[in-house]
Design a binder for this molecule. Structure first.
Ligand code: HXC
Length: 517
């Protein structure tokens, strides 16, 4: 007995109809624009042959507007599970060629089912957003659909990693599902994202603007900080998604993909010492230091264009995945400001949720002074860094390279803020404030009375540095575990990480802390 051929033909016919999407002409048009189709995006994400689709045969529930007679195969979104590097990942991809990828009730239901599946099974979810937004013909049903998706974004937050790829239009309230996710990748030329577009802004406020100014990938990467990565095109977005997943665990109960078979390096790296300027005030690029510390110099920088005075991202040291947070002395002298604090705090919290150890590289002269910073709430925003580090229970290693002054010293994960291991270089200056400021406050009269004021000032600065700001002062009080040559940093951090991988820390039970938002 063999299966009835008619049944097989009917299956094939239905599959072919759904897979046809917008048809060959519209597909060719997309390709000509250098864009992939919704299905090609998922094909590029997953290992060949591993995608199991859920809901290929779904149909819309839209009534009225002549929609009853229309067929919308898949209802404009492809959903399913496939494998990336041998691990299952849930994916949905909105198909702009089916009713503009607009979200109706069935479309929303498919995404919600997939999200529930991902949360139950503990796998990351990636959504490709390319949509005209709420399906106008379904009215409040589509708003309800968005509500159901947003609510699941929140429920899943901290359970599995959520990644949004913005690769087409994404407007109005629709932006909030990506905004509730952990990482946003946006394509440079074909995507846009805003709550109110230029037309609405002009009609309501009279202000003239453009999509480039408020809704482009560049604007969101550089100005608003809403996105984490710019992709040159769809293929590059897939590369970035693969790279990101290679650092992340599948869920909050599992370990990140450490490569623990890698041997711990116990070799010194003299080249790192050549990167530190002899003038303690001279800037340098902290990314050069990071490249000396991570395996193969590889570092996946997150939010590269936003708040560049703080560098964040993922790397590995001797196979161990870690999140790196580093002051950048060559931008705003590495000070912490509002945007840097927001950027850092969210990243620290992400790492904590997903068991990713934190390495903090400190060279911070303080919080950025200024009227605008004070007025816009640097107190509230800076407190996020303190809160995020204080609340994190993952292994935390801090290396004080040069300046570590005042509140910013604490906000960069000092021992008292919960660092498990604090190492300082001989170049470290750890103090309540910088030498110049401190001397002016404490010794102003003495300097004024001196015959050679400049000579007396510089004498006092030197003695302040030696007596009050030297790393040995901090080491003597055990605020620093050890003062090491910079060339030993990689091996010391590597050994520290290995010894801390089994770290367990329990906190008093509570619903959640109240981070100053
Ligand atoms: C139903 C839609 C649609 C929508 C597009 N389409 N958006 N159908 N509901 N929201 C359909 C079009 O009718 C067209 O169908 C097809 O998709 C392609 O659209 P075009 O306009 O031809 O494409 P293009 O010129 O590339 O323009 C793309 C676009 C434009 C800029 C996205 O379609 C547009 O402005 N759409 C409306 C956007 C919008 O205002 N959405 C509602 C936002 S309010 P045919 O059959 O001709 O191919 C919202 C609230 C969410 O989303 C709140 C959540 C909390």
């Amino acid at each position: 007995m063999a299966i009835d051929q008619k049944l097989l033909d009917e299956l094939e016919r239905r599959q072919a109809e759904a897979l046809a999407s917008g048809g060959p002409e519209r597909i060719a048009k997309r390709h000509a624009q250098g864009r992939l189709t919704a299905r090609e995006r998922l094909d590029g994400l997953y290992a060949p042959g591993t995608f199991q689709e859920f809901g290929l045969h779904a149909q819309h529930a839209t009534r009225g507007f002549g929609m009853d007679k229309k067929s919308l195969p898949t209802d404009g979104v492809i959903t399913g599970i496939g494998f990336v590097d041998g691990r299952p990942v849930a994916g949905f991809s909105q198909d702009f060629m089916i009713a503009g990828g607009s979200l109706g009730s069935v479309h929303a239901h498919k995404i919600c089912e997939l999200m529930d599946h991902a949360a139950r099974a503990g796998m990351p979810i990636i959504g490709f957003n390319d949509s005209g937004g709420a399906r106008i013909q379904e009215g409040v049903e589509s708003l309800s659909g968005y509500g159901q998706v947003f609510n699941r974004n929140v429920l899943m937050s901290g359970v599995v990693p959520q990644i949004a790829v913005i690769c087409g239009p994404c407007a109005g309230g629709a932006v909030y599902s990506p905004a509730l996710m952990d990482f946003l990748i946006m394509t440079r030329h074909s995507a846009s994202m805003f709550i109110c577009g230029p037309e609405v802004i002009r009609a309501v406020t009279g202000q003239h603007t453009t999509t480039e100014e408020i809704g482009s990938a560049e604007a969101h990467a550089r100005d608003s900080g809403n996105i984490h990565f710019i992709a040159e095109d769809d293929r590059h977005a897939l590369d970035l998604a693969h790279q990101l997943l290679s650092y992340l665990p599948s869920n909050n109960m599992s370990e990140p993909p450490h490569r623990l078979e890698t041997e711990v390096t116990l070799r010194d790296d003299p080249q790192i010492e050549a990167l530190i300027p002899s003038d303690p005030k001279a800037p340098y690029d902290v990314k050069d230091i990071i490249a000396r510390l991570t395996d193969g110099g590889e570092f996946m920088e997150v939010q590269r264009d936003f708040a560049q005075n703080l560098v964040i991202g993922f790397g590995r040291i001797d196979g161990v995945v870690l999140g790196i947070v580093a002051n950048q002395p060559k931008v705003k002298a590495g000070t912490l400001d509002i945007d840097a604090s927001d950027k850092g705090a969210r990243f620290i919290r992400f790492c904590n949720i997903f068991n990713i150890p934190l390495l903090t590289l400190v060279d911070v002269p303080g919080f950025l002074p200024g009227v605008a910073q004070e007025k816009q709430g640097i107190i509230r925003h800076g407190a996020k860094m303190l809160f995020a580090y204080g609340a994190s229970t993952v292994p935390k290693i801090t290396v004080i390279m040069r300046k570590a002054y005042g509140g910013a010293f604490l906000a960069m994960c000092s021992r008292d803020m919960g660092a498990d291991l604090v190492l300082a270089w001989p170049t470290a200056e750890i103090a309540v404030m910088g030498a110049e400021g401190a001397i002016n406050i404490v010794y102003r009269r003495e300097i004024d009375a001196a015959e050679d004021k400049a000579a007396r000032r510089s004498e006092l600065i030197d003695s302040y540095r030696a007596e009050f700001a030297s790393p040995y002062q901090s080491a003597a009080r055990l605020f620093v575990h050890d003062v090491i040559r910079p060339q030993r940093t990689r091996s010391a951090v590597s050994l520290g990480l290995r010894s801390l991988l089994s770290k367990r820390e329990t906190r008093p039970p509570k619903k959640h802390g109240n981070i100053p938002l």
